[in-house]
Design a protein around this ligand. Structure first.
Ligand code: ZN
Length: 182
């Protein structure tokens, strides 16, 4: 859930000048005052979309939450929560509060997550995860016109793979995939 287009936000670090200034033996420290200090200043964040206020995306969100019948369960890898581009808050901001649930972690046992376990056992729950077993979501939509819940794993491919294969609960729902965009 990330695009390269937004990845440049944290760039602009001035490693070169810092090293150059630190390495100088001529005793002058005037140059240090000219170094950018922005890196140390924590930028103000929008409380709704979690983006820096300068690039807040809230004006682009729908005024009212989208009306959806399907509930989304986002299973988020802990490392994903702290990434620069946090896409889950954007999704959550567009959906009614009771239609978007976010669970953060790596291991989801039945004992600790009885509600999730019940959702996984529900025959109208789908899990979005590619693989040989996965059915095409568009075809499944014809059979399940309105799935009660779709489970989505948020993380890098290897994090998502780890979560999917090491939690038996996630292999209970019908597995679906999105067709690659052509
Ligand atoms: Zn915002």
């Amino acid at each position: 859930m990330e695009t390269a287009a937004t990845g440049s936000e944290e760039s602009g670090a001035a490693e070169g000048p810092v090293e150059a200034a630190a390495g100088r033996e001529d005793g002058g420290c005037e140059g240090l005052w000219e170094l950018p200090v922005e890196r140390c200043v924590r930028r103000a964040e929008c409380g709704r979309c979690s983006r820096p206020q300068k690039v807040c995306l809230c004006p682009f969100f729908p005024v009212h939450p989208l009306k959806v019948s399907t509930c989304l369960y986002i299973i988020q890898h802990p490392a994903e929560e702290s990434r620069v581009l946090r896409t889950v808050p954007l999704l959550a901001a567009c959906l009614p509060g009771d239609k978007c649930k976010v669970l953060i972690g790596r291991r989801f046992g039945e004992d600790r997550y009885p509600e999730l376990a019940a959702v996984c056992r529900n025959s109208s729950t789908l899990i979005l995860y590619p693989g040989a077993e996965a059915a095409n979501l568009e075809e499944v939509a014809l059979i399940f016109p309105s799935p009660s819940t779709i489970i989505i794993i948020d993380g890098t491919w290897s994090q998502a793979k780890d979560i999917f294969y090491k939690n038996s609960l996630f292999r209970l729902p019908k597995q679906v995939r999105c067709n690659a965009l052509t």
